[in-house]
Design a protein around this ligand. Structure first.
Ligand code: GDP
Ligand code: GDP
Length: 438
């Protein structure tokens, strides 16, 4: 679930190197789905069976040097409020600087979730010097070398120890049969307006557990025979405009919302179009294998000619390629246009994602497809697929049992995925395809 680990610290202490270390060595790397996420600012990791998301705050500081200190302070503030664990990185080679002291002062307000990681401790001599960092006053202090990897195991052990127990998650106290839907997107696209339009006066806040780091608020929508939880992560209660415009804050909120949700409604502003931040969020939703509905809001502001929506959709699909099997809706929350349609579509995607295809049907259809278009031979040996099985996981995943699975090429994976999409209703959901030995 939304277990966020934020790496904070001043520039050049090694945050991005550490970030890559924490996520890169595991299998759960941010795969660069053809340009979806270029800036590696968040990635997924697991250690001792616990999953968490690592965020590199360094990726968010874009200001010039005279404003970055203020930005770093803001980030630390947000990290205290939003992250489950904070890794405060410092650099043994420079010693303790003024900015380190200042960050430490901010973090000491909540030392229980802070790990001080003294970086660049590459050798025994530096180990000695590193002891001075105990003076910053953090009980959980580790000496690491991001470059060699020494100490990172200990750091990971501490991180997972500090992460809250998933069994205490609010989400686990909800009715798991009711879909959970999140509306995500950049500030000002109309997310709150949509939430208000859907829930209106009858807002029924289901859980609101203040003081926890993961204060997602679930509102139950229950109208016109439809039922779902709408997730808002820390937004309704403290909608502080100060934070709202910071990219770091909106990304943290999006990560939380996505991880809690079964289906995400990604909302963009029709007059702005899809931007790189939206692509990052989309990449995140895909990687987490959550359902997706793309909503182009403020459609009332667009001058419309005959094919406007069709052309707009075509351009949008070119941008989000290769994953284009996504429902796209044009809404105006202001004029109450297609709000209910958005609900229906999200619930349809939920069903698509949860569906279990009958094994006989799956095999009949897919084996025939493969027989007509078999994988290219490997050194003259035909690759034969014997049968197909859907895995018992939360999202559609299929295993094709065959000989020589290692020789199946990426293009054939794409072919099979497209055929699955063609024959079954998988719109709006990421799927996984595997080839394995019988
Ligand atoms: P960031 O600005 O905090 O993200 O820092 P970077 O990850 O970009 O690292 C800044 C510099 O420190 C780079 O030249 C890294 O190669 C170097 N660096 C990072 N970790 C270590 C380490 O453990 N030991 C040494 N000697 N150098 C490191
Ligand atoms: P959020 O930051 O994503 O929650 O966005 P808000 O719901 O606060 O909306 C931002 C602004 O856009 C507000 O002034 C809304 O009134 C306006 N807005 C929201 N939806 C629409 C829409 O469909 N059409 C137009 N013209 N304005 C909208």
């Amino acid at each position: 679930m939304s277990q966020i680990v934020a790496i904070v610290g001043r520039p050049n202490v090694g945050k991005s190197t550490m970030f890559n270390r924490l996520i890169g060595e595991r299998k759960a790397i941010i795969d660069d789905v053809s340009g979806v996420t270029r800036d590696r600012i968040y990635g997924f990791s697991d250690w001792n069976g616990k999953n968490f998301t690592v965020v590199d705050t360094g990726g968010f500081v874009k200001g010039s040097s005279d404003i970055f200190e203020a930005e770093i302070r803001d980030q630390v503030q947000i990290a205290i409020e939003e992250a489950a664990v904070i890794v405060f990185l410092v650099d043994v080679s420079t010693g303790i600087t003024d900015l380190d002291e200042e960050i430490a002062r901010l973090l000491r307000k909540n030392p229980k979730k802070v790990i001080l990681a003294v970086n660049k401790v590459d050798n025994a001599q530096r180990q000695m010097i590193a002891n001075e960092f105990w003076s910053l006053g953090f009980e959980d202090t580790v000496f690491v070398s991001s470059i060699s990897g020494s100490g990172t195991g200990e750091l990971l052990d501490l991180i997972v120890e500090m992460l809250p127990d998933e069994k205490d998650d609010t989400a686990n106290q909800l009715n798991s049969a009711i879909p959970k839907i999140a509306i995500v997107g950049q500030p000002n696209v109309g997310k709150s307006s949509m939430t208000n339009a859907l829930l209106g006066e009858s807002r029924n806040i289901v859980t609101n557990i203040p003081g926890t780091t993961r204060d997602a608020i679930y509102s139950l929508y229950n109208k016109f025979d439809k039922q779902f939880y709408l997730i808002d992560t820390a937004g309704i209660r403290k909608k502080s405009r100060v934070h709202e415009d910071l990219e770091f804050y909106s990304v943290l909120r999006a990560i939380k919302a996505i991880e809690e949700a079964d289906v995400c409604i990604l909302m963009i502003d029709a007059t702005v179009g899809i931007e790189s931040q939206d692509m990052s969020i989309l990449g995140l939703i895909q990687k987490r294998k959550k359902g997706i509905v793309l909503v182009v809001n403020k459609w009332d502001l667009v001058n419309k000619e005959t094919n406007t929506a069709r052309d707009y959709e075509k351009k949008l699909k070119e941008k989000i390629a290769p994953f284009t099997d996504v429902p796209i809706l044009f809404t105006s929350v202001l004029d109450k246009q297609r709000i209910f349609k958005t609900v229906e579509t999200a619930l349809q995607v939920y069903d698509n994602r949860k569906q279990k295809i009958k094994p006989s049907l799956l095999n009949d259809v897919m084996l025939e497809v493969i027989e007509k278009n078999p994988p290219p031979t490997h050194r003259g040996n035909a690759i034969k697929v014997k049968y197909v099985a859907q895995l018992p996981v939360q999202y559609p995943a299929f295993v094709f049992y065959c000989n020589y699975p290692d020789y199946i090429k990426g293009s054939y994976y794409n072919f099979v995925e497209n055929q699955l999409r063609k024959h079954f209703n998988l719109t709006g959901v990421s799927i996984s395809v595997y080839f394995r030995d019988k």
